[in-house]
Write a protein that binds this ligand. Structure first.
Ligand code: F6R
Length: 369
């Protein structure tokens, strides 16, 4: 079933372009998002005043990325909550809250219990799920399936990019239904979304080998930090989680702006730091701020590995390594920047001789609370 691949994870990373393309397929007509599963829910989308995203682990990071898109395109305030934290306080819920759960397996007990709890308290629930007929979608009022195909490796990769894609489709749909997103802005975002699969394929073709080589050189590393900003922040968290999970290396992700509030104290000579650099074309202000963060950590001896857009020359003087991603419009970078991080975690675990598909102490689907 692995085909010619060394692991399911390697196969599934190679399927990231398809995961995005298949999740988009059949949901775009004449440049507009059409999600047949959401027919008849227009009044619901018009009536909500809040969206609460509930998920665990990697799926929760997809939710954090989706928050930016939902707020920008659908103009609804969004909170993202870890499912296991959610129902152990007294959360405020009403019929104007749409609870969006995200789960690859659709069986994660923490997420399932949170969805049930929300439903019992009058919230409407929508499930983003990769597994047809799983328990969480069955317990929800509406379903948007991701079409990443079965994911076997414990570490979630192709499902993650498919989850972000589904959230973007949802955000564009809800924005149009609520009348807050123009046809032109929607069409532009749709065109970007349709281009993402090819851009991920470009990364796999052009940067996979170099990224894997870098991971091999770093096989003895004891700690890696990840910095990102805006939509790059959840990607930094995802990069750190994947590295911990399959290579057993200490890793932490930070919002780049937090550096000076504490984490910069961790920087000592030789400390590897991945930095996800915002687009100089689309986010020049954030780009410059992140470049100055890079200068600050570099001055303290960090070994800086940047993930930057093709053509971004401003990062070159300060970077020890540069991994390139294609130019992408605002909000679309996370779907690209995460790919080298998945490749890196996998390469490092392989270099350490570990089983990347079955990391210790973990199960693919966590069906206990
Ligand atoms: C990390 C990973 C986990 C899952 C989490 C939720 O690589 O795979 O963090 O994302 O356990 O699982 P699902 O999406 O099945 O609810």
């Amino acid at each position: 079933e692995k085909g010619g691949w060394s692991s399911f994870m390697a196969k599934e990373v190679s399927e990231e372009p398809d995961a995005v393309a298949n999740t988009v397929r059949g949901r775009i007509h004449d440049g507009a998002v059409v999600i047949p599963e959401l027919d008849g829910l227009d009044d619901l989308f018009r009536g909500i005043h809040r969206i609460l995203v509930i998920a665990c682990g990697t799926a929760a990071y997809a939710g954090q990325v989706g928050k930016y898109a939902l707020e920008q395109w659908a103009r609804v305030p969004v909170d993202v909550e870890l499912a296991h934290e959610f129902r152990y306080r007294d959360p405020v819920l009403d019929s104007g809250t749409l609870v969006v759960s995200i789960s690859q397996s659709g069986e994660t007990m923490d997420t399932l219990m949170a969805v049930k709890y929300a439903r019992e308290r009058g919230a409407k629930t929508l499930s983003i799920c990769n597994t047809q007929g799983a328990t969480i979608p069955r317990e929800s009022d509406a379903i948007v399936y991701t079409h990443a195909g079965p994911e076997v490796a414990v570490a979630s990769t192709k499902a993650f990019v498919a989850q972000i894609t589904a959230l973007y489709l949802l955000a564009l749909h809800v924005g149009r239904v609520r009348g807050v997103l123009s046809e032109g802005d929607s069409a532009q975002a749709v065109a970007e979304l349709e281009g993402v699969a090819d851009k991920i394929a470009w990364i796999l073709t052009h940067e996979q080998e170099r990224t894997t080589q870098l991971a091999r050189w770093m096989a003895d590393t004891r700690s890696v930090l990840f910095l990102g900003r805006h939509v790059g922040f959840p990607i930094a968290l995802e990069g750190a989680l994947k590295l911990k999970e399959i290579s057993y290396i200490h890793a932490e992700g930070f919002a780049a702006g937090e550096l000076k509030h504490g984490p910069i104290a961790l920087i000592e000579p030789g400390q590897p730091v991945f930095v996800i650099v915002p687009s100089p074309v689309f986010s020049p202000l954030l780009h410059d701020k992140v470049v100055s963060n890079i200068q600050e950590i570099r001055a303290r001896g960090a070994r800086v590995i940047v993930i930057a857009e093709e053509g971004d020359a401003a990062v070159l003087p300060f970077a020890d390594e540069v991994l390139r991603i294609p130019l992408a419009g605002p909000l679309f970078e996370p779907l690209l920047a995460v790919v080298p991080l998945h490749i890196f975690a996998m390469g490092l675990a392989e270099a350490k001789g570990l089983d990347v598909d079955q990391p210790r102490n973990l199960a693919k689907s966590v069906t206990v609370e």
